[in-house]
Design a protein around this ligand. Structure first.
Ligand code: FPP
Length: 258
């Protein structure tokens, strides 16, 4: 990838495509960026080339979400299970995250993106941890789109961590177990204080949640597309948002009377 997120503060913004209702956009979109490896293999290229192209797709999606008025984007960059990939691919991904962060930090700041990394960051290489801390601090006051990058993230691990933290507080006499409710539980998750995703997009046609945001996706609308992640573009995002706007969200209730 050669282009930084923004080369100028006067960059061209993308207008909302016709047919989308600006008042009914999801406030928070989550994405499972699947299909990088297959995208590369279909071209006779090494899998890692697909990951590089995946970064471009992520930048494109972040910029479009920001321009179109989506308040938050959460991307599944590396799961707790992804350590099981061949060592070479894991090392490539870690080095790629570092390179991308280093290069994009300035553009993210300039575009008022507020970036956060969700997951257990301690096992990540130290250089990456340092960059994450720097990017988080430098963009913390960003008033634009919130961009969550799930890195060494697992939904079950997140739930266990929350349960352990609550148990610890109860054991210390700071918390009455009977007072633990959904709000109190959610406050112990990596996403504390954020709205739940309204829409989950999964690329490459797989119909799975893959341990992603198990708590937060409780009422999300799911959009599965056959598009492989590196090919995910404005047209694919437009289709996902149209699909979302055609859903009736009932949150367990019933449709209002006609
Ligand atoms: C899934 O495709 C993709 C990943 C595990 C990595 C995604 C990472 C990026 C797009 C880079 C993000 C970068 C930053 C800095 C946030 P796959 O390898 O599972 O594809 P396959 O299912 O075709 O094998």
């Amino acid at each position: 990838m050669s282009r930084a997120l923004a080369t100028s503060s006067t960059r061209q913004t993308h207008p909302l495509p016709a047919g989308l209702d600006p008042a009914r956009l999801p406030a928070h979109v989550a994405v499972i960026m699947d299909g990088n490896g297959r995208w590369a293999q279909r071209r006779g290229l090494p899998r890692v080339v697909g990951h590089r192209a995946g970064v471009e797709a992520l930048k494109r999606t972040l910029r479009l979400c920001s321009d179109w008025g989506v308040g938050a984007l959460t991307a599944y960059a590396f799961s707790t299970e992804n350590w099981n990939r061949p060592g070479e691919e894991v090392n490539f991904l870690m080095a790629l995250f570092e390179r991308v962060l280093q290069r994009e930090i300035e553009g993210l700041e300039r575009e008022e993106v507020c970036i956060r990394f969700l997951g257990d960051l301690e096992p990540l290489p130290l250089g990456l941890q340092n960059l994450i801390a720097k990017a988080t601090a430098r963009t913390a006051a960003g008033s634009g789109i919130r961009f969550n990058v799930c890195t060494n993230y697992g939904g079950r691990a997140e739930l266990v961590r929350a349960a352990r933290r609550l148990a610890q507080r109860a054991a210390e006499g700071e918390l009455d177990p009977a007072s633990i409710d959904e709000q109190c539980f959610a406050a112990e998750l990596h996403t504390a204080g954020q709205l739940d995703p309204d829409l989950l997009i999964r690329t490459s046609g797989e119909h799975r949640i893959s341990n992603f945001l198990l708590w937060q996706l409780a009422y999300a609308e799911l959009h599965i597309t056959d598009v492989l992640w590196p090919d995910f573009d404005g047209e694919a995002l437009h289709a996902a948002l149209l699909d979302y706007q055609n859903r009736q969200r009932r949150f367990g209730g019933v449709d209002p009377a006609p």
